[in-house]
Design a protein around this ligand. Structure first.
Ligand code: GLN
Length: 199
């Protein structure tokens, strides 16, 4: 099975490790560059993107992760992880920095103006079996995508209807919601399959 790491600096690391294992991967926490070297793919968890950004520098992981992304390593980011993969962040802290990632503009804490946390169904292109039960916690949404970005999912209804919340560009995948907090392993299975196909 593919070896998939979870960036384990802050956030819901355990939930992603469990979801990846259930989806058939060898799942491992990644805190050091040597641990990054040993994985075929990486998950950036939900949490707090400004904190993760700081810790990435403190743990000297920024350049190694940028390099692996440039070399084609699959990465999946949920929520704060989506923000870390965005080329541009609105309402971010001035000092927060993401990776060389997806050509998109995300707005941090976007839904917060309406509702801090909420749940809504999200249909994801390429994943069969009906909509995801999307769990959104101070989540970003995607305001703009570049030409190379495929929109995989939008909020199905409610005040935030049609907002883009799932995207893919090449081997980079991102969702505003947290499938790792539900028992639904289809998105992790989709990612593990992408890692298997790439490794
Ligand atoms: N609001 C958080 C941030 O800005 C993301 C929240 C989450 O990951 N659940 O990073």
């Amino acid at each position: 099975p593919p070896v998939v790491g979870v960036l384990a600096l802050q956030g819901d690391v355990r939930e992603h490790l469990a979801a990846l294992a259930a989806a058939g991967a060898h799942a491992r926490p990644v805190r050091r560059p040597v641990e990054l070297d040993a994985v075929d793919g990486l998950v950036i968890p939900g949490g707090e993107s400004t904190t993760i950004s700081k810790l990435v520098d403190i743990f000297e992981l920024r350049e190694p992760i940028d390099k692996r992304i440039a070399a084609g390593m699959p990465v999946y980011g949920s929520c704060a992880g989506m923000i870390m993969l965005a080329g541009e962040v609105l309402d971010g802290r001035p000092d927060q920095r993401g990776f060389a990632g997806i050509e998109m503009t995300v707005r941090r804490n976007a839904f917060g103006r309406q509702v801090d946390s909420f749940e809504a169904p999200v249909e994801v292109t390429g994943v069969e079996g009906g909509p995801f039960h999307g769990v959104f916690i101070r989540a970003p949404w995607v305001e703009r995508v570049g030409d190379g970005v495929e929109v995989l999912g939008r909020v199905a209804g409610g005040p935030a209807a049609d907002r883009i919340v799932a995207v893919r560009q090449g081997n980079l995948l991102a969702t505003s919601f947290h499938p790792e907090l539900t028992g639904d392993r289809r998105l992790h299975a989709y990612f593990v399959e992408l890692v298997r196909a790439t490794a």
